[in-house]
Design a protein around this ligand. Structure first.
Ligand code: ADP
Ligand code: MG
Length: 382
C-alpha cells in the first residue's frame, strides 16, 4: 500500500486442478481423482473486485487456494503482475488471505493476533505498530486492540481475520466466504464495510461466495462457476440481463427468472410462444425468427420484473391467475403454464384472486431464448 498503488492483475490461463485422492474416501471413486477445476481462463484487472460465485463444490475455494499457493496447479498457469506464480512460494506471492473459519489465537488479544504473521517475517516493532494503527480503523478495530479474541462476536472476529490479511500489505486480497458464519444483520454490515475497505485500499480483491446477493452487490465483475467450469464472467448487469446459458439464468435472481418450456406457433406471418395444456400465448419478437430451427425445442426466459400488469386493452398476453401473494411493497402474481408457473412481480397497488384475468405488457427486449438440449442461449443475429 505504500508508495502508490500496487499492480496486481491476475490471469488464469487454462487452469486445471485434479485432486488425486478423492476426499470422500468412497471405494467406488477410489483412484479416480476429483477434477475440481477445469480449463479455467479469465483475467482480473489491477484493483478490480471480482466475486467467484457458484454452488457448493463447484471449485471456488480450490481456485482461491491455487492462487494463494496452498494447492498445486495441475495444469495451466496463474500469472500475477505478468509473472507465472505456479511455483512461487505462498509467502512470496504478495497475497493476503482470509477464510471463512478465522483461525485466530484465542489467548492473544486482537493486536497480537494481527501482528502474529509479521513476527515471523522479521518486521520491526515500530513498523508493525505503524501498520496496525493504519489498518485498525479501516476494520473498525481501533477500540478493540486490547480485547482477547475469545470475547469477540463473530463479526468482530471476522474483522480481525481480514485485518490480519491486510497487515501484510498484500497486492491481492483473497476472501473465502468471509460472511457465511455471520447472521443476517451482521452480514449486511460487514458487506458494506468490505465495500468501503476496497474503495479505500484499491487492492485487487477476489471474494469467493455461494451467495448471489453478496457477489452481485460487491463485485465489479462476477465469475460464475459450475462443476469446475467457468460459466460466465461479466459485470453484475451482464450476468443478470444477458446470461449465456440456462445455468446462469436460473442461478441469478430472486425471485428466479421464469423459465418456460415453449413451442413456437406460426399464424400468418405472426409468431408466438405457446405452452402445453393452455391456450395462453406470448407474442414472439420479429428478431427471433432468425434463430428458429425446425424441430428445436426452446425454453423461454423472462424475469418477474420485466412484465407489467396493465388493466387497459394495451396488453401483449393475458392469463388466468392461479396464486396472488401480497408481500407488502411487492406483489407476486403467478399463472400456470403447462408444467411451469409464470410469476410477475410488481410494486403496483394491485389485488387479485384465483381465476381473475391477468393482463401483461411484456418487455420484448428482455425475452430470452435457450436451447433445451444444450442449455445455451440463442441470440438473434445482428
Ligand atoms: P467450493 O469452494 O466451490 O464449494 P471446492 O473448491 O472446495 O468447492 O471443491 C471442489 C471439488 O473438489 C469438490 O468436489 C470437493 O469435494 C473436491 N475437493 C476439495 N478439496 C479436496 C481435497 N483436498 N481432496 C479431494 N477433493 C477435494
Ligand atoms: Mg468453498
Amino acid at each position: 500500500m505504500e508508495g502508490g498503488r500496487p499492480l496486481a492483475e491476475i490471469v488464469y490461463s487454462q487452469v486445471c486442478k485434479t485432486y488425486e485422492h478423492n476426499g470422500t474416501k468412497k471405494k467406488k471413486h477410489a483412484g479416480e481423482g476429483v477434477r475440481a477445476v477445469k480449463d479455467l481462463s479469465f483475467t482480473i484487472n489491477d484493483g478490480e473486485f471480482v466475486g467467484i460465485l457458484g454452488p457448493s463444490g463447484c471449485g471456488k475455494s480450490t481456485t482461491l487456494r491455487m492462487t494463494a499457493g496452498l494447492e498445486e496447479i495441475t495444469a495451466g498457469e496463474i500469472i500475477i503482475d505478468g509473472k507465472v506464480i505456479n511455483h512461487v512460494t505462498p509467502k512470496d506471492r504478495g497475497i493476503g488471505l482470509a477464510f471463512e473459519d478465522y483461525a485466530l489465537y484465542p489467548p492473544l488479544n486482537v493486536y497480537d493476533n494481527i501482528a502474529f504473521c509479521l513476527k515471523a517475517k522479521n518486521v520491526s516493532k515500530e513498523e508493525v505498530h505503524q501498520r496496525i494503527t493504519k489498518i485498525a480503523p479501516l476494520m473498525k478495530l481501533e477500540d478493540l486492540l486490547d480485547a482477547k479474541v475469545a470475547s469477540l462476536s463473530g463479526g468482530q472476529k471476522q474483522r480481525v481475520n481480514i485485518a490480519r490479511a491486510l497487515v501484510r500489505n498484500p497486492k491481492v486480497l483473497l476472501l473465502d466466504e468471509p460472511l457465511s458464519h455471520l447472521d443476517g444483520k451482521m452480514r449486511q454490515t460487514l458487506r458494506t464495510e468490505i465495500k468501503r475497505l476496497h474503495h479505500n485500499i484499491q487492492c485487487t480483491t477476489v471474494l469467493v461466495t455461494h451467495d448471489q446477493m453478496e457477489a452481485m452487490s460487491l463485485s465489479d465483475r462476477v465469475c460464475i462457476m459450475n462443476e469446475g467450469f467457468l460459466q460466465q464472467y461479466g459485470t453484475p448487469d451482464e450476468i443478470f440481463n444477458d446470461p449465456v446459458n440456462l445455468f446462469v439464468a436460473n442461478f441469478i435472481g430472486e425471485p428466479p427468472m421464469n423459465l418456460l418450456q415453449t413451442q413456437i406457433r406460426k399464424e400468418g406471418d405472426k409468431y408466438s410462444f405457446t405452452f402445453k395444456d393452455t391456450n395462453a400465448s406470448i407474442p414472439m419478437p420479429e428478431t427471433f425468427k432468425s434463430i428458429l430451427k425446425e424441430g428445436n425445442e426452446f425454453v423461454l426466459g423472462i424475469r418477474p420484473t420485466y412484465m407489467d400488469v396493465v388493466h387497459d386493452d394495451n396488453w401483449d398476453a393475458r392469463f388466468e391467475v392461479e396464486i396472488f401473494e401480497n408481500l407488502g411493497e411487492e406483489k407476486n402474481v403467478s399463472v400456470r403454464l403447462g408444467d411451469n408457473f409464470l410469476t410477475v412481480m410488481t410494486t403496483k397497488d394491485i389485488r387479485f384472486k384465483k381465476g381473475d384475468e391477468l393482463r401483461l405488457k411484456i418487455q420484448q427486449k428482455n425475452l430470452l431464448l435457450f436451447d433445451v438440449k444444450t442449455g445455451e442461449r440463442l441470440r438473434p443475429a445482428g
